[in-house]
Design a protein around this ligand. Structure first.
Ligand code: FAD
Ligand code: SIN
Length: 546
């Protein structure tokens, strides 16, 4: 199958220059936890946030943090559940390290002042024990981000809000030695005020790319910028075909971009997915019923919505049996989001449809954040560490973001102590440039991504989206603006996800092919993607020949 060429960004003049030890792109759980720890170790660190400090997916998290916190549970069980969800593609060593470190991550947040709920631990899909730590009922993200943000604001970390990372700066050896970044102006001029930040380490903590789809739980800034930046710099990218679709996202007719999440914890409390006739959709589909892993639930919903006799836009979540008092006490965020959309979950069925939620793949890295390129690191949702494999277990991502953020900080402390200072600007190699993608292409691309790279995929649809991506219009803008930056990055991540999905001729985890409905031993591997001379190349021979 043909894959289109990578689109590069328009070249830029650099109006300002900075230098630091570490630049961290992203201010979510991963970026802030890494920043706090490297700063406490005496390193100079700048954190970039594309919007205000209160952006990113972390703040929106509703479910919780997965960690073994009571005697009836065990780390073996948490590791087993994670490996089962990951459908054969997880790295067991990384999974066991994550599970062992998870209770420490919870204690760390308590030390920072986090207030977690005292009640019983929560239960979510794919977990065989109650092990989800909640805060504010269903407002874990608000609390987690609050304590990290307050600690960072009281530290020596420098925050640059409304500043977007554009491209990596490399030296003649291909090592990353800084970034090009653009300040976002709030005046009438959309052009970015572009400059360079020389740094001894560049950390990608930019979260996911849900905005590549027409409906997603992700915030507006989740446009895959870090992944695209890393790809342009030549880093290895893996598992991007494994996009997790959350089964219970509020269906609002005509809504595009971000849609409200209905936390899975509501199903943990007894809510059930039903069809128009009130028949439970998960009955007989999986031993865990409504609490089966997300890929299983979303796929069952997709099949019910697209049966030969029906074409439904949505199904329903019935949470009425939980009762109004308990719903309001334990799920205030979810209840508020529903009521805002005119639905009362205490007395009415909630309209729901699966939507893009989590990028299981990303920049290939280990749990310490090391990517395939010297000087470039990746943590949090932007990274592919081997923990999630083909499908992430619920509530493992906040845990992973914190653990890898803190491990990276430890590692950088050692690495930077033995490395010399930032390179002189004359050593920078200008990144390749092009015309970028016109922002007007976004809507069509997102619609086609949801249709053809959605819950269930097949060859002709994947060919069609790859053709659409190939013919996406170039940007007419002379100077680089945020709209072109995001459209180009979305094009890159869409191209990579669609290409990898077209190669993977099997169904595994959250990658489902109607033309290849079973898993195949031949594809029991990740497909590494890398950019060579402007083309996206997959190391398929290595995979298939092995
Ligand atoms: P984010 O928190 O997404 O932060 C990304 C940061 O990067 C933001 O500050 C953004 O502004 C910045 N950024 C992006 N591009 C650029 C750029 N070009 N330049 C500068 N900055 C940039 N996981 C769980 O484990 N438990 C849950 O209960 C849970 N609930 C969720 C609910 C919702 C609605 C969503 C969307 C996700 C949920 N997840 C949950 C997933 C989890 O929240 C994310 O995977 C996690 O927060 C990612 O953290 P992060 O630090 O990697 O990225
Ligand atoms: C949810 O609350 O359903 C989301 C949890 C997660 O994404 O881990």
């Amino acid at each position: 199958m043909k894959v289109g060429s990578l689109r590069y960004l328009p070249s830029t003049e650099h109006a300002w220059q900075r230098e630091t030890d570490i630049v961290i792109i992203g201010a979510g759980a991963a970026g802030l936890s890494a920043a706090l720890d490297v700063s406490r170790r005496g390193h100079r660190v700048i954190v970039l946030s594309k919007g205000s400090l209160r952006g990113g997916s972390t703040l929106l998290a509703q479910g919780g943090l997965a960690a073994v916190m009571d005697n009836g549970d065990s780390q073996d069980s948490h590791a087993y559940d994670t490996l089962i969800a990951a459908a054969g593609l997880a790295d067991e060593v990384a999974v066991r390290e994550l599970v062992a470190a998870a209770p420490g991550a919870v204690r760390y947040l308590v030390e920072l002042g986090a207030r977690f709920d005292n009640g019983p631990l929560g239960l979510e899909g794919g977990h065989s024990h109650r092990r989800i730590v909640h805060a504010g009922g269903d407002a874990i993200g608000t609390e987690l981000h609050r304590v990290l943000r307050e600690a960072v604001l009281n530290s020596d970390v420098e925050i640059m809000e409304n500043t977007a990372a554009i491209d990596a700066l490399t030296n003649s050896s291909g090592d990353v030695v800084g970034i090009i970044a653009g300040r976002i102006s709030h005046t009438n001029d959309p052009a970015l005020d572009v400059g360079v930040i020389a740094a001894r380490a560049v950390v990608i903590a930019t979260g996911g790319f849900g905005q590549a789809f027409s409906s997603s739980t992700n915030p507006a800034e989740a446009t895959g910028d870090g992944l695209a930046l890393a790809a342009r710099a030549g880093a290895e990218i893996t598992n991007v075909e494994f996009v997790q679709f959350h089964p219970t996202v509020l269906y609002i007719p005509g809504q595009r971009g971000r849609s409200p999440l209905i936390t899975e914890a509501i199903r943990g409390a007894g809510a059930r997915i039903v069809d128009t006739e009130g028949t439970p959709v998960m009955e007989g589909r999986h031993p865990r019923g409504d609490l089966a892993p997300r890929d299983v639930v979303s796929c069952a919903m997709f099949q019910r919505m697209h049966s030969p006799s029906d074409s439904l836009t949505h199904l329903w979540l019935d949470a009425r049996a939980i009762g109004e008092l308990r719903l309001e006490k334990e799920f205030p965020t979810t209840v508020g989001l529903c009521r805002l959309a005119g639905v009362d979950p205490a007395s009415e069925l909630i309209p729901i449809a699966p939507s893009a939620h989590y990028a299981c793949g990303g920049v290939r890295a280990d749990l310490d954040g090391n990517s395939s390129i010297r000087g470039l690191y990746a943590i949090g949702e932007a990274a592919s560490t081997g923990v999630h494999g083909a499908n992430r277990l619920a509530s493992n991502s906040l845990t992973e973001a914190l653990i890898s953020g803190r491990r990276l900080a430890r590692q950088l402390d050692v690495a930077l102590s033995s490395r010399s200072g930032p390179l002189a600007p004359a050593d920078f190699v200008d990144p390749a440039s092009g015309r970028g993608v016109d922002a007007s292409a976004r809507e069509t691309l997102a619609t086609k991504m949801s249709t053809h790279v959605g819950v269930v995929r097949e060859r002709s649809g994947l060919e069609s989206i790859l053709d659409t991506l190939e013919s996406a219009p170039n940007s007419p803008a002379a100077a680089l603006d945020l709209a072109t930056l995001e459209a180009t990055n979305l094009h890159t991540v869409s191209l990579m996800a669609a290409y990898a999905a077209s190669l993977r001729e099997e169904s595994r985890g959250c990658h489902r092919r109607s033309d290849f409905p079973a898993a195949s031993d031949r594809w029991a591997r990740s497909i590494p993607l890398q950019v060579f001379e402007g083309e996206i190349v997959a190391q398929v021979e290595a995979v298939v020949g092995a």
